[in-house]
Design a protein around this ligand. Structure first.
Ligand code: NAG
Ligand code: NAG
Ligand code: NAG
Ligand code: NAG
Ligand code: NAG
Ligand code: NAG
Length: 482
């Protein structure tokens, strides 16, 4: 708008006189002058304007309230979909991230928990029993009533009527969320707009069957308060509109699409429509804060020699110490040995006996399988790597301890097992088999300040030593990781 330019010219031309006014008086007169100019300008351009609409326009441009305080955990309400029968198996996952008296929200059950579950633990989200959905007009048409219950939970969590909510985050009972990162991610967005934030499945076939465009509920997704309010009025009608085969997430995605709202993708959410060992995926996390993991019982424990529940607590322990770095991939080289170190902070380190650029290592090693046994390639929504020779097979180390000192964090990673390949001869036969432990030194970060940061690192390793050290530092300008 042209008045923006006019006001900036105005302020430069009056700079000399500024000191003559007290600040308060100056701002007052500027505000009045601005208002007069604005009214003049608007009336001149639109003579037919009613005063009422001018005023409402004015309020839009300069909202009366001060800019909203940054979004924090208190502004989020979580809606978790659970069920009484599986609760005892999922409880440890929910309690790994739930913070009693800090996180707000509910777990919705298909029926009231029996005596054996009461009194309900204060370490878990309070439970709610889902409304009777059999009375919904759309009910008879749905072949999968559970899906209907799940999508209806969106409406029910809104009906709880919590106050001062900016975001609703929906998740399953086998979803683990990284709360600090979730808050920082949501704080980037304008919660007063209609926003739908999530991600799709790792598997092409799942997206093909359900939708490429919906947010997958297991990964977790966020709806801004105004959007939640809008959709809660339309949901029951929408449920009637869509065919019986739709899943809860695809019904919601379709309802939102019909309101004109498309998903915003945040790649830190992870649906994990996968089987087997996902360490290859986690070792190459995209350069974005890690937000969630799902399907913990359909995959192997993510740490060797630990149950899945122990593994999740172990991972989240590091996430609490430095949420901005958890799982972030940082790569550096030992040029004397022709080795590449790829660190997934707080989780694993891989040593390759060859020099690989970041463009290669950011592709996950395909240690996992797609969701469906009968899936046809291309399986995944991303490029992946296979091991074809000795040089491409990493030595894998998993995080053991974590220690925070005054000025740095020290994470140590220990070897899982012998690599089982001869040394990479193309790069000079420098075996890394003697390395049993890796210590990674990273600086302490303030949250919210590291969004554009890029970590680089240096390897320190004495020939024949069994411990290698990796020191984090800020990348130099235009530093190549290759
Ligand atoms: C969150 O922000 C609100 C202001 O909107 C403030 O009153 C509240 O104390 C903050 N809570 C936390 C936990 O930081
Ligand atoms: C939460 O707060 C209530 C009352 O303020 C307290 O009685 C309860 O022990 C707290 N729960 C936890 C797990 O800290
Ligand atoms: C696995 O854990 C057990 C007990 O916690 C321990 O005795 C054993 O040494 C561990 N094995 C490996 C390979 O770390
Ligand atoms: C590193 O590998 C390259 C081939 O990729 C080789 O030419 C070079 O001699 C090796 N350097 C050492 C120190 O082994
Ligand atoms: C590495 O070892 C293999 C077999 O042991 C040998 O054939 C090859 O010449 C060696 N390469 C280098 C660069 O030393
Ligand atoms: C490393 O070990 C080899 C064989 O064990 C030995 O010959 C060499 O002197 C050692 N190098 C150093 C720097 O200790």
């Amino acid at each position: 708008m042209s008045n923006t330019g006019a006001s900036s010219n105005f302020s430069t031309s009056t700079q000399q006189k500024m000191s003559l006014f007290s600040h308060g008086a100056l701002y007052k007169s500027l505000a009045i002058l601005g208002l007069v100019l604005f009214l003049f300008y608007t009336i001149l351009r639109n003579p037919s304007y009613q005063l009422q609409s001018i005023l409402s326009k004015f309020q839009e441009k300069w909202p009366a309230s001060t800019p909203a305080a940054p979004t924090n955990i208190s502004h989020i309400v979580f809606g978790i979909v659970g069920s009484v029968n599986t609760w005892k198996y999922k409880r440890s996952y929910i309690e790994s991230w739930w913070q009693p008296n800090v996180t707000r929200g509910y777990i919705f059950m298909d029926s009231a928990p029996g005596k054996e579950y009461l009194p309900w633990p204060s370490t878990s989200p309070p439970f709610r029993v889902n409304e009777d959905i059999t009375k919904l007009k759309g009910y008879p048409r749905y072949s999968n009533k559970i899906q209907l219950r799940i999508v209806h939970t969106v409406l029910e969590v809104f009906r709880e009527g919590d106050e001062n909510v900016r975001w609703y985050v929906m998740a399953d009972d086998d979803t683990v969320l990284v709360i600090d990162n979730l808050v920082d991610m949501l704080a980037k967005y304008d919660h007063t707009k209609y926003l739908y934030i999530g991600t799709n499945s790792e598997c092409t076939q799942n997206n093909f069957e359900f939708s490429f465009d919906m947010a997958y509920g297991g990964a977790g997704y966020a709806l801004s308060y105004p959007l939640m309010k809008a959709i809660s009025k339309k949901l029951d009608g929408c449920i009637e509109r869509y065919p019986p085969l739709y899943t809860s997430d695809s019904v919601l995605g379709a309802c939102l699409a019909d309101l004109g709202i498309d998903r915003i993708t945040e790649k830190g959410f992870h649906q994990i429509d996968l089987h087997g060992d996902i360490s290859g995926l986690l070792a190459a996390h995209p350069h974005t804060p890690f937000l969630s993991l799902h399907h913990l019982d359909t995959i192997e424990p993510i740490f060797p020699n630990k149950s899945q529940s122990e593994s999740i607590n172990h991972l989240l322990k590091a996430a609490k110490v430095d949420p901005s770095r958890i799982l972030q991939q940082t790569i550096c080289y030992d040029r004397l040995m022709n080795w590449t170190f790829s660190v997934a902070w707080g989780y694993s380190v891989h040593i390759y006996e060859s020099i690989f650029p970041r463009s290669v290592l950011r592709k996950p090693l395909e240690t996992f399988r797609p969701w469906r046994r009968n899936a046809k390639p291309p399986f995944f929504m991303f490029n992946s790597r296979w091991i074809f020779n000795d040089c491409e097979a990493p030595h894998a180390f998993f995080r053991d301890s974590i220690e925070k000192n005054e000025d740095q964090i020290v994470t140590t990673y220990v070897r899982k097992s012998p690599r089982g390949f001869p040394a990479c001869s193309a790069s000079g036969n420098h075996s890394a088999e003697s390395i049993t432990k890796i210590m990674v030194f990273s600086p302490i970060n303030m949250r919210n300040m590291e969004v554009e940061r890029r970590d680089c690192c240096d390897v320190m390793h004495n020939v024949n030593a069994s411990v290698a050290e990796v020191k984090y530092r800020t990348c130099e300008k235009d530093e190549l990781i290759a």
